[in-house]
Design a protein around this ligand. Structure first.
Ligand SMILES: C[S@@+](CC[C@H](N)C(=O)[O-])C[C@H]1O[C@@H](n2cnc3c(N)ncnc32)[C@H](O)[C@@H]1O
Ligand code: SF4
Length: 482
């Protein structure tokens, strides 16, 4: 945080959140056993507000974007791809078979990465398996990510054939220099090419942007947004706040002076304000944690199908989110389960019929206050009925409720009809709001994680560790701080 900005934009905050990706972490428990985790998963209560969603991870990628927070298990080696697609289906069926919500309607399926497009037409096998699950239907959101530089027509054909309802890909920035600093292809020719290939075949076409990256200016961020909003063929945009706490590679490059520093904190806040204000002025509507949609180019049916799950985290305590594939996380009432990150290790375990879980980072904890701290991430806010249920269940501490009341007084949160939504300023500081609304111990976990990221970055910057995908794999963490 820059010392001279004690309070940014008149708020209680002196900076933006350093990590907005790993909100759902809990303290590590080295004594955790696979049996205890399995019992918590199979015994998870199906409560009246239960929902069921799936996240399916594809850990192959041919790029090494400096900011990428998902690269820990990514591999450029797709020789495993055939075996991988088969095993993904095996874990999907195994998790579903054990899940107490099996057979309930599936709200959303997100297939993300990495670069799922590197599976090529093999993706058809995964899509067919997903569509064949009990509970998959016409109202299920079916979303798939890909990378612009590596996607090819046979992959897109498979998505169209299997009725995928939303595709999404990263642009991050349209500025050639910023793209270069991030180790992305400098040219945007891949975007034009992919849009031509898609040719109106998918109801939602979503492009990702990031604000707060080294080399960006307020003007360049405004230009990114205007350019994408005006691009025919794109009708949804996710604008993420760069979370350096989850990207040691980026921190290492800035520390070593290889790329410019991040913009100062005031500029970062103004970038969020310009972006969210830009969406609101253009009357785009929020339909995800960081996602806005143009309602003039998206039908009512498609809008209502969007679950707003792009942040790969569960929305509330009662929700079942099944994470399939290495690095994916499962969250059900009373359990948080991390899959093994290492792709080869994950494949071996699934092939052996073993649970591919990394138990030291799993937890069997009931996070009953989840609706409270996930509410800033939810486009629908926190409805009055859910708030009343939480209070009746004694799920929130007095301190948490006092924080919510203070945030309302300070204009970061609006209270309407007893329910809560974020103000424009609240959305700018969304990650900080999540942090503030959490209990003390879960706040500490995030802080430790960020400190770990900084220590990893220092190791890389000083040449004591190598800047490779694995730097993001905290399951095999070795911080070289001697
Ligand atoms: C996991 S990536 C996969 C998409 C695909 N591989 C691509 O890059 O086009 C999904 C999105 O997460 C966002 N993302 C990745 N790392 C991030 C970070 N450290 N901070 C903020 N957003 C990040 C990027 O906008 C990216 O497009
Ligand atoms: S952001 Fe996407 S393309 Fe870039 S390294 Fe991460 S997964 Fe690969």
């Amino acid at each position: 945080m820059d010392a001279h900005y004690a309070s940014l934009l008149g708020t209680r905050y002196g900076g933006l959140a350093s990590n907005t990706i790993d909100y759902w972490m809990l303290p590590d428990d080295p004594t955790m056993t696979a049996e205890a985790v399995l019992a918590a998963f199979e015994g998870a209560p199906v409560l009246p507000a239960a929902t069921l969603s799936l996240y399916v991870h594809v850990p192959f990628c041919a790029q090494r974007c400096r900011f990428c927070a998902f690269s820990g298990g990514n591999s450029p080696d797709t020789t495993l791809a055939d075996r991988y697609a088969t095993l993904l289906v095996a874990q999907l069926h195994d998790l579903m078979r054990r899940c107490p919500m099996q057979g309930h309607p599936i709200r959303a399926v997100n297939i993300g990465g990495g670069s799922p497009d590197l599976l090529g037409p093999r993706i058809g096998k995964v899509l067919a398996a997903v569509r064949g699950l009990p509970g998959f239907g016409a109202d299920t959101e079916f979303a798939v990510e890909f990378t612009l530089s590596t996607v090819r027509p046979p992959f897109l054909d498979a998505l169209a054939e299997h009725g995928v309802t939303k595709v999404s890909f990263g642009v991050q920035s349209t500025d050639r220099d910023v793209r270069g600093y991030m180790r992305q292809p400098r040219s945007l020719e891949h975007l034009d090419r992919a849009l031509a290939w898609m040719d109106g075949r998918f109801p939602i076409v979503n492009a990702d942007l990031i604000t707060g990256m080294p080399g960006q200016s307020l003007a360049s961020v405004e230009e990114d947004l205007e350019r994408l909003m005006a691009t025919p063929g794109i009708n949804a945009i996710s604008s993420y706040l760069l979370t350096p706490g989850a990207a040691p590679s980026l921190l290492a490059a800035t520390a070593a002076g290889k790329i410019p520093p991040q913009p100062d904190t005031l500029t970062q806040a103004l970038m969020r304000l310009a972006t969210i204000g830009g969406f609101r002025r253009a009357r785009w509507v929020r339909r995800g944690t960081n996602t806005y949609v143009d309602p003039t180019r998206v039908g009512e049916r498609e809008l209502s199908r969007m679950a707003g799950h792009e942040c790969i985290g569960a929305s509330h305590y009662e929700a079942f989110l099944l994470g399939v594939g290495p690095q994916a996380v499962t969250s059900v009432p009373g359990a948080r389960i991390e899959n093994v990150v290492d792709v080869a290790a994950w494949c071996d375990l699934v092939e052996q019929g073993a649970l591919p879980w990394f138990t030291p980072k799993c937890a069997t904890v009931h996070q009953r206050d989840m609706a409270l701290w996930t509410f800033p991430l939810r486009w629908e806010g926190l409805p009055a009925a859910r708030m009343a249920d939480m209070i009746a269940a004694g799920a929130c501490t007095d301190a948490q409720l006092a924080t919510l009341a203070a945030l309302e007084l300070e204009g970061l949160v609006h209270a309407r009809g007893g329910g809560y939504t974020l103000s424009l300023l609240g959305e700018v500081f969304m990650g900080q709001l999540v942090r503030d609304l959490k209990g003390e111990s879960s706040r500490r976990v995030i802080d430790d994680y960020i400190a770990e990221g900084r220590a990893l970055a220092a190791s890389v910057a000083q040449g004591r560790a190598t800047d490779e995908y694995r730097i993001n794999d905290r399951q095999r963490l070795v911080v070289h701080d001697d």
